[in-house]
Design a protein around this ligand. Structure first.
Ligand code: SF4
Ligand code: MG
Length: 335
């Protein structure tokens, strides 16, 4: 199947008083129609910067996309005029954020906001817009949509509000939905319901989803593929099964150990020690060296090449590289 989105060698930096922060350092990935890709990593790893780049929402200055291409249905979004980009944003590609309140207008009823969304992109009568708004409220599982259309955002619970935000994002039937930490602000039960909703929506509409999250646990249900980001790079990628059961990067393994598992009665959650490197002057070698229990001398000096462990599973780690094993000199004995 042909790719809906192709991100190639994306580099994004921000100039600050302290110098240039290299937030994204050569990220590439692709997404097929109807697929869900999860981009997972700690805060500051560059995952939101990556998704904001797709929407061309990087404020410039101080931000700058210094290299790369982002092809959506074959066309490079980075080469488009802003005017053209506006016809893509919210229509072909929609985005939802963590805090539902910022995405909704508190002074308009939910129904009016949805109807306005319809009318922004389609020339339709008021009754047709209303019909579409009702349908979409139904799709996202809001009970009594006719009554609730007349209410304001503050009259909804957090979970219901996030459903309305999802409805707003879907109203123009986008082909790609980018969800940046869509459930982080919600409690666990509601979180699970919203994730089920994504699953259901994808099934019904065929929309492709990029799910950005710091929590690997969140992606278990809905992701087809997972890309793990660390210090501005994708350090491991694979299918859900490959990441959950065959992860090879020590950072991915660390993330997995910090996910609560329902199938283990007595669980020992181990957070990863240390903090990510400073991206003012990113390390030349593997950025995980300072936190990695397996770090070798070579890790500090040279960034590991990508090792292909299978057609879909790739990892950037010297432990998987034969050349790394030949020159292996542990620099720590932390095991
Ligand atoms: Fe650890 Fe070296 Fe692999 Fe980096 S390349 S994750 S430091 S073993
Ligand atoms: Mg973020």
């Amino acid at each position: 199947m042909e790719n809906l989105l192709e991100v190639q060698d994306l580099h994004v930096s921000f100039s600050t008083y302290g110098g240039e922060v290299k937030a994204v350092r050569g990220v590439s990935f692709e997404l097929k129609k109807g697929e869900t890709l999860a981009i997972v990593g700690e805060s500051g790893c560059g995952k939101s910067v990556t998704s904001n780049s797709i929407m061309r929402l990087i404020p410039s200055p101080p931000g700058k996309i210094s290299n790369g291409s982002i092809r959506f249905k074959g066309r490079d979004l980075l080469k488009m005029k802003e005017k053209e980009m506006r016809t893509i944003r919210g229509v072909d590609i929609s985005m939802i954020f963590q805090d539902p309140m910022t995405a909704l207008n508190p002074t308009l009823t939910v129904g009016n906001q949805l109807k306005e969304g319809v009318k922004q992109h389609q020339k339709v009568s008021n009754s047709e817009a209303e019909k579409q708004a009702l349908n979409i409220m139904d799709l996202v599982g809001i009970p009594n949509p006719k009554e609730r259309m007349k209410q304001y955002p503050h009259q909804f619970s957090g979970g219901m509000r996030q459903r309305i935000v999802i409805a707003m994002a879907l109203i123009c039937e986008p082909e790609l939905l980018i969800a940046d930490e869509p459930t982080t602000a919600l409690d666990v039960t509601i979180q699970a319901q919203i994730l089920d909703l994504f699953h259901e929506i994808q099934h019904k509409t065929g929309v492709a989803i990029i799910l950005i999250t710091h929590d690997l646990g969140v992606v278990a249900k809905i992701a087809n593929r997972i890309a793990v980001m660390y210090a501005g790079k994708i350090i491991e990628r694979g299918t859900k099964r490959e990441i959950f059961y065959e992860a090879e990067h020590p950072y991915t393994k660390g993330l997995l150990q910090s996910v609560p598992r329902l199938d283990l009665i007595e669980e020992h959650l181990t957070p990863i020690d240390g903090t990510p490197p400073d991206l003012f002057s990113p390390p030349v070698g593997c950025p995980f060296t300072a936190r990695c229990p397996y770090a070798m001398e070579v890790c500090e000096k040279v960034y590991p090449a990508t090792t292909h462990l299978g057609s879909s599973h790739q990892v950037d780690c010297w432990l998987q590289d034969e050349r790394g094993r030949l020159v292996a000199q542990p620099i720590k004995q932390k095991l």
